[in-house]
Structure formats: C-alpha cells, structure tokens
Design a protein around this ligand. Structure first.
Ligand SMILES: C[S@@+](CC[C@H](N)C(=O)[O-])C[C@H]1O[C@@H](n2cnc3c(N)ncnc32)[C@H](O)[C@@H]1O
Length: 343
C-alpha cells in the first residue's frame, strides 16, 4: 500500500500535514527504521505530494504496513512482556504474508513475538534474523521464534504472488517501490534482461504490467531459480523465461538484445558492466543499484560509469536517480537509471 517516507527530523511536521488533510490511514501502523518514518496513507494528490517532497524531502513509497487492532495495545503489551527490556525492542518488523520477521536479541524474541501475534491475527509465524545477508547468494540465516513452524512465505506485492523459503534466497520488501516504479516505466514492446533475479519479483511484476515485454531473468542460486519458475506459473505469466546460472555466462547468449537491463546486485553490479555492453541493444536503459558512501556522493560513481561506457563506444546519460534505502550510517543504496547508446 501507499506510504510517505520521511527523515525522522521531519516526521512530526509531516504527520501534522497528513492528519490535517485526513490523508493518514489510521488502520495501519506507522513504521520506524533507523533514519526514516513511514506513514501509511489513504491517498495523496499531485499538489499535496509536491508540497511533501519540496517542504519535507518526503517521498511516496509502496510498502507493507501492518494492520493492527490497536496501536496502543501493541506498545502496552510489548511493555508488559518485556519490562525493562522494552527499550531494546526494535520499533518495527517486516511482514511477509503470514510471517513476521523480527531483528532483535534472542532473549527478547519470544516476548516480541507474542505481542505481535496477539494484535495481528494474520501473523501465524514469527522468525528472527540470525545473521547478516552474506555470500554470493546474498542469503541470511533465520531462527524460528513462535507460531506455526515454517519459513515458507506467500507474499503479495504489486499484484504478484511470490512464494519461497526465506532461508534459501534473498528477498526484501524494501524494494517493492522500485519494482513498481520500473514495471511502470516498461510500456512498449521491449526486451528486458533481469540480472540477479532471485525468486523473480522484478521480472514477474514487470511482465505482468507490460504483457508486450519479453523478459529474461537470470539467477545463479538454483533454489531461488526453482522458486522463480514456480512463481512464474503461479502468476500465469507467459512472457518471462527464468534461466539458472551465472549472468556472465548466461546473458551473453542474448547479444545486442536488451532494451532494458535491471541490475539489483548493489554490492557488485560494477563487475557486470562488460556483460551489459554485450547484451545492450542500440538504445538501452539500465537500472543500476549500488552502495554509495554518503561522504563521496553519487558524482564519483557517475563519472566512473561515464568513462567506462565512453571507452566501450557508448554514449552515456543519467536519466534518474534516487536513494533506495539507508544501508548503514555512512552508506546508502541508490538506484541510477541511465541510457546507453551504441555510437
Ligand atoms: C540482492 S539479491 C536480489 C534478488 C532479487 N532481484 C530481489 O529483488 O529480490 C541478488 C541476487 O543475485 C544473485 N546472484 C549473485 N551473483 C550472481 C551471478 N553472477 N549471476 C546470477 N545471479 C547472481 C544472488 O543469488 C541473489 O539472488
């Protein structure tokens, strides 16, 4: 659903603005992360959005908000459950279908889980993040905390149903807005390559949105690719082909093919630029995800990319950029949309 994302320092002003115009959706919980607050909203018109963007640096996002019977209840139950440990509890949690994912110390996880489940009847399972995202497959370990013992989620995002085991693959709800944004950019008949496709969210959502797109989705993690194939069938999409293997080897079969390339591997997209040059059609839009040190800014990355593509015989033009999410106090994940044209 729609939400407004804003830096914490502007949260109160934005809340006042939204409340005064009855834009807030009070049936859902506000989400708080390290640096941002997300307000669930009913709707927003263009003029209101313009004011929010210009005055408060706020953005419109697609996000899963948690429906609650009573916001106060949750806090109160949590306080009762945790006592003096209440301050250690994270303010929010991620919801993937019937599963809530919490990020906290093991010692307080049971208390948090029972508070969540007592106010959210939809949540049947609570699991806990038990490590960082790591390795080539960008996976994370999880630990069962409470409820039905399962790690298989059925999660609906932007109209697509995605089913997978969270332990086997990377998945983040934080990219939901990006998937919607890119899907909506794809309108005409076009060839699309989704590199690092995971269980298929970018590929399936784009293909559902643009039935005239011909989508190739490549993923190296065999289990993730299997889930992607099942998700393609589940959503009855005919225009996505899931390929298992390394992008460097599998994409090159599609020489000069892609009018659009999606690269959601922020840790290492830069290593795959050579493949981009091989598979790009004459005019190609690239959606490039990267981690950027906030002190260095985007300029350095843009200059590096520009030099790289010029050397390879392409014109290079940035068409859009935005911050996707904070990654650490110093580092943010950004997306850069750029156009490359063969000279
Ligand atoms: C950050 S995840 C993104 C997954 C998915 N696109 C999403 O939005 O949920 C990166 C994915 O790239 C895959 N990957 C990493 N290196 C790869 C490579 N050389 N070729 C193909 N896939 C790769 C990982 O297994 C992982 O599933």
């Amino acid at each position: 659903m729609l939400g407004i994302k804003v830096k914490k320092q502007y949260a109160q002003k934005v809340k006042n603005y939204l409340s005064a115009r009855t834009l807030l959706n009070n049936n859902y919980n506000v989400i708080s992360s390290n640096y941002f607050i997300y307000f669930p909203i009913k709707t927003v018109n263009r003029e209101e959005l313009h004011i929010l963007e210009k005055s408060f640096d706020a953005t419109l996002v697609e996000k899963t908000f948690d429906k609650i019977t009573s916001k106060k209840n949750y806090k109160e139950i949590l306080k009762k459950q945790l006592g003096k440990d209440y301050e250690k509890a994270p303010r929010g949690f991620e919801v993937l279908g019937n599963i809530a994912i919490i990020d906290c110390e093991r010692s307080i996880s049971k208390g948090i889980a029972s508070s969540i489940m007592s106010v959210n009847t939809n949540i049947k399972t609570v699991i806990r993040k038990a490590g960082a995202v790591k390795g080539r497959y960008r996976k994370r370990e999880y630990e069962y905390v409470s409820g039905v013992k399962t790690y298989i989620v059925s999660y609906k995002e932007n109209g697509a149903l995605l089913r997978f085991d969270v332990r086997d693959t990377f998945f983040s709800t934080r990219l939901a807005y990006e998937r919607k944004r890119i899907s909506e950019l794809s309108k005409k008949p076009e060839n699309v390559i989704v590199m690092f496709a995971g269980v298929g969210p970018f590929a399936i959502e784009l293909a559902m949105h643009n039935k005239n797109a011909n989508v190739i989705a490549i993923e190296i993690n065999k289990k993730a690719t299997e889930y992607m194939k099942k998700n393609i069938l589940l959503n009855k999409v005919k225009n996505v082909k899931a390929i298992s293997g390394d992008v460097k080897r599998k994409a090159v079969i599609y020489k000069n093919f892609a009018d659009r390339i999606i690269m959601p591997l922020p840790k290492d997209s830069i290593s795959f630029l050579d493949t981009v040059c091989k598979v790009a059609s004459k005019n190609c839009i690239v959606h490039y995800y990267a981690f950027v040190d906030m002190n260095m800014g985007l300029e350095k990355l843009i200059n590096e990319l520009k030099m790289y593509f010029h050397k390879k015989g392409f014109k290079f033009k940035v068409v859009f950029s935005r911050t996707v999410r904070p990654y650490s106090p110093e580092v943010i994940e950004i997306v850069l949309d750029f156009k490359i044209t063969r000279k």
